[in-house]
Design a protein around this ligand. Structure first.
Ligand SMILES: C[S@@+](CC[C@H](N)C(=O)[O-])C[C@H]1O[C@@H](n2cnc3c(N)ncnc32)[C@H](O)[C@@H]1O
Length: 248
């Protein structure tokens, strides 16, 4: 089915609910956000680790790119979520400017860690090499400023055209709120705020169905174009609403 932007439309809500159900059945006890001394997540609640693992399992995603490894909790959760039949054919790549928690990756040698700025040309080239250019899911959880997050999307989603982009901390600040609004305006029902579903509290989390498309609008990554785009899209919407109400 196509939506008004002539994009393929998927039922993101159903996909996410299925992922939560699947994720709750996966044992993620080895996947901590930080060092092992950090408190474990409460059992029975599907947080974003549980969701990522469940999404990978239920949608049979095998080519995964993460921007922002941290201590490795999320990529290890994703790895644990891989369907048993997909493990040998999967590609898991995670990028971080620092290489933290080397010891925590023992037993996860299949995860390819790239150290460097995710927007560095060589880093992007390496990601491309390891994935073979095709990505199922891009998980963005690095620098949470508007410009950086917009660039991660512009560069990685446009280049690799992942099926899904999961963006953590979409309500981290006013500016990340603006970014999320842009995505919603641009992608309509193919952008879903799943903050409440995952009980993600104030910082928020969202998922986008990107699809096999270049979205050139995302190449222009600065505040002014972002704000101008929002304003112009709001005007177009208002005009549409006015013409509908006049024709009634
Ligand atoms: C919130 S932590 C990631 C947490 C991890 N995804 C998890 O859930 O377990 C953010 C990480 O992004 C990294 N980072 C910040 N800016 C970056 C950049 N430009 N390129 C790559 N990594 C970056 C930081 O070093 C930090 O380790």
């Amino acid at each position: 089915m196509k939506n008004k932007n002539n994009n393929c439309k998927v039922d993101l809500n159903a996909i996410c609910k299925k992922a939560v159900g699947e994720g709750l059945r996966i044992d993620l006890s080895g996947c901590q956000y930080e060092e092992p001394s950090y408190p474990m997540r409460p059992k029975g609640v599907c947080d974003y680790y549980c969701f990522l693992a469940g999404l990978v399992r239920s949608e049979r995603l095998t080519s995964i790119v993460e921007i922002g490894t941290g201590y490795g909790g999320s990529i290890k959760a994703i790895s644990t979520g891989l369907h048993p039949d997909d493990r040998s054919s999967s590609a898991l790549i995670t990028v971080d400017i620092e290489q933290k928690n080397k010891a925590g990756f023992v037993g996860f040698s299949h995860i390819k860690r790239i150290t460097g700025d995710a927007l560095n040309r060589d880093v992007i080239h390496k990601v491309s090499e390891y994935t073979g250019g095709s990505v199922d899911i891009l998980f963005i959880d690095a620098n949470h400023t508007y410009l950086q997050m917009r660039r991660y999307i512009a560069v990685y989603a446009n280049r690799f055209k992942p099926r899904f982009v999961v963006i953590d901390d979409i309500h981290f600040s006013w500016f990340t709120d603006i970014l999320w609004k842009e995505l919603e305006l641009n992608l309509g029902e193919n952008a879903l705020d799943i903050t409440d579903l995952l009980l993600r509290g104030k910082t928020g989390i969202g998922i986008v169905y990107w699809g096999q498309r270049q979205r050139f609008y995302w190449h222009y990554s600065n505040y002014i174009t972002g704000i101008l785009n929002i304003v112009s899209r709001c005007i177009i919407r208002m005009k549409r609403l006015l013409s509908i109400s006049r024709s009634k």
